[in-house]
Design a protein around this ligand. Structure first.
Ligand SMILES: Cc1ncc(COP(=O)(O)O)c(C=O)c1O
Length: 406
């Protein structure tokens, strides 16, 4: 049956998104990678445009995607075991690479056990399904990532069992905890470690302390869950993420291998019982083929690199370049949100100027993201810069010089 009627309805919906300014821009296609050379970091080519670009819109904070050791590990896994697992985990789709990565991930984030998923997005969905009961109340930060919001919908958590606190506002979190209805047995407080549109972090030590205060009121306790997709690998003294930065250890950690570690895939790390519940109950873990062996081998190598001298050097360069960029913005009198994370927002506070600046940077070979209403509230229009460990001092100087002309 032709889909003409459906096509028409969908076209109307998309026109509506365009009219509201919510439609996604056409996707650019990267068709060339130019390795670092001299005092320049890597550059990228975009199909149809005859000039190289520096990427300040990549989540690959440690710049490991092209790491030769990781490529070699992925190649070896592929040569030895093939390109795909051929089945879901519990029907003999579990290879040594999956088991190794889980063991190494748990150790990396200082937890008893971990399970890997195809992405952090599906990890959040699976976790919510696995740890929810009819008598669970979920409380989350108002700026939580879409995957957490969607996770709560998929886990079918009724509206009455949800609370939202104002971003990083501990008084409002206390209000949510106070408002949990009698009869609730388990409370789960969930938040991003790093808020990716702003680069600020959740005060996990304060959240943890508050949750501890309320723990005895509920038979199954108050559990903290951090989704530290932008923190793990890139934040804290040794790259352990926001928990390390805040000097605490939340109960459950969700993360990704697709950002600082430069590969793909996500994970949940927690106690053995939580992880066994994930294995038994999380649909997005059970009913789907796992990551390829190559992905797992590369991600495992990334964790090893992060703990090596090479990794320490990358993290230290990331911190230095981030500081250089943040200081440069300040010198230019640009408004930002302070903090040490490599997501550095520049608040423009005007839609037209945001688009103009993004276009100007693009025409001069710099890729960044402009955030305008409705992604951010009106008046908070921002350009998001993301620094990574492969950026050189000269790269950052060049970008700042361009911004000085805006
Ligand atoms: C907090 C958070 N969770 C999850 C994700 C999704 O990560 P992945 O690409 O591994 O699904 C993102 C990425 O944008 C994120 O910022």
């Amino acid at each position: 049956m032709p889909t003409e009627k459906l096509d028409k309805a969908l076209d109307t919906e998309i026109e509506q998104l365009q009219a509201e300014g919510r439609a996604k821009i056409p996707e650019r296609v990267i068709d060339g990678y130019i390795p670092p050379a001299g005092d320049s970091g890597p550059r990228y080519r975009i199909r149809g445009i005859d000039r190289p670009f520096i990427r300040l819109n990549s989540n690959s904070y440690l710049s490991l995607s092209n790491n030769p050791q990781m490529i070699e590990a992925a190649d070896r896994a592929t040569n030895d075991f093939g390109v795909g697992p051929g089945a879901v985990r519990f029907i003999d789709g579990t290879f040594i690479h999956h088991a190794d990565l889980e063991e190494r991930t748990a150790r990396f984030v200082n937890k008893r056990a971990a399970k890997i998923f195809n992405s952090a997005y599906t990890a959040n969905l699976g976790l919510a399904i696995a740890v929810s009961s009819k008598k669970t109340c979920w409380i989350g930060d108002s700026l939580n990532h879409n995957s957490i919001i969607r996770a709560m919908r998929i886990a079918n958590i009724p509206r009455a069992n949800k609370g939202i606190y104002r971003h990083n506002d501990m008084d409002d979190l206390r209000r949510c905890l106070d408002e949990v209805e009698d009869g609730i047995e388990r409370v789960i407080v969930v938040f991003d470690g790093i808020f990716s549109m702003r680069g600020d972090n959740a005060p996990i030590h304060e959240i943890q302390a508050l949750c501890n205060e309320y723990d005895s009121r509920f038979p199954e306790g108050v559990i903290t869950v951090v989704d530290d997709s932008h923190g793990i690998g890139a934040y804290g003294e040794t790259g352990r993420g926001t928990a390390e930065y805040c000097g605490t250890n939340p109960d459950i950690i969700v993360g990704t291998f697709g950002k600082a570690f430069g590969v793909n895939g996500g994970f949940v790390a927690a106690s053995e019982s939580v992880i066994e519940a994930v294995r038994q109950k999380a649909d997005t873990y059970i009913y789907t083929n796992p990551l390829s062996m190559a992905d797992c081998a590369a991600a495992r190598k990334a964790l090893d690199i992060c703990d090596s001298d090479e990794g320490k050097k990358l993290l230290s360069n990331l911190k230095e370049r981030t500081l250089q960029f943040r200081n440069g913005l300040e010198f230019l009198g640009k408004e930002s949100i302070p903090g040490p994370h490599p997501v550095v927002p520049m608040l423009v506070r005007d839609t037209g100027k945001t688009h103009e600046t993004v276009r100007y940077l693009f025409e001069n070979g710099v890729l960044v993201v402009g955030l305008t209403f409705p992604v951010v509230p009106k008046g908070d229009e921002t350009i998001r810069f993301q620094i990574n460990a492969a950026h050189t001092e000269k790269d950052i100087e060049e970008v700042l010089a361009l911004l000085g002309k805006v």
